[in-house]
Write a new protein. Sequence first.
Length: 259
Amino acid sequence: MTLLKVAGLNKRFGGVIAAKGVTFELEAGDMLAIIGPNGAGKSTTFNMVGGQLRPDSGEVLLADKPVSGLAPRDVWRRGIGRTFQIAQTFVSMSVAENVQMALISWHGRILSFGARAQTLYRSEALDLLDLVGMRDDADRPVRELAYGDVKRVELAIALASAPKLLLMDEPTAGMAPKERSQLMDITATIARQRKIGVLFTEHDMDAVFAHADRILVLVRGEIIADGKPDEVRANARVKQVYLGDMGVAAAMRARRGRA
Ligand code: ADP
Ligand code: MG
């Protein structure tokens, strides 16, 4: 059974068409990247899948059951998780406690007022931290961590709800290239092991082409290409409207770097 089916999603903001007939599928265990220039409609598409935005028309099906129109929390309950930045209020808590809080929330446990999540789901939290390579840092406050390590904790938190599908909208924004490919490596390994489908966006084309099983190219709300990395790389329209632009952008960045 196909994990995710997105069929004919349309979304308009006033005069802007942010999504036009967006249609694609994602299999369990696969990494699917959505790329496209700024304003192409990537976040709009993510938010329609995650329930943050209601499409004007079209449908989102998770394991053949419709989830479009449900509230974000209900979409999450059905098995669509996403990475969120750790809230400022939680940075004083330890790494493990942050993951324990996510597990408590997922399992619907209510803590007595003022209690801390010291023991509940501790071993499950440590297992998730092991998965993302952060177990040794379990008892450090999050505020002490390097940025790339915080991102790995955010991934462990997203995994606490055992999602079938994980949405990652620019997960590596602001990260150094090495940390970036590390995070994508870990994500790809976990996706394959646990048969989680991952839908992600990413500005770094090297990271996209290295980690995606399939790539969708979105331009002005429309999918202009959908295929394996090699197919997308060779697609004439993609080269023309998108990778061409990116080539120019990369060249300008490189020039600024040298100046
Ligand atoms: P991307 O994530 O690919 O950069 P977005 O999905 O954020 O693109 O935006 C697609 C288009 O829709 C852009 O033109 C953007 O300005 C517009 N847009 C996105 N969200 C809103 C909104 N809430 N209100 C009005 N316009 C929006
Ligand atoms: Mg965006």
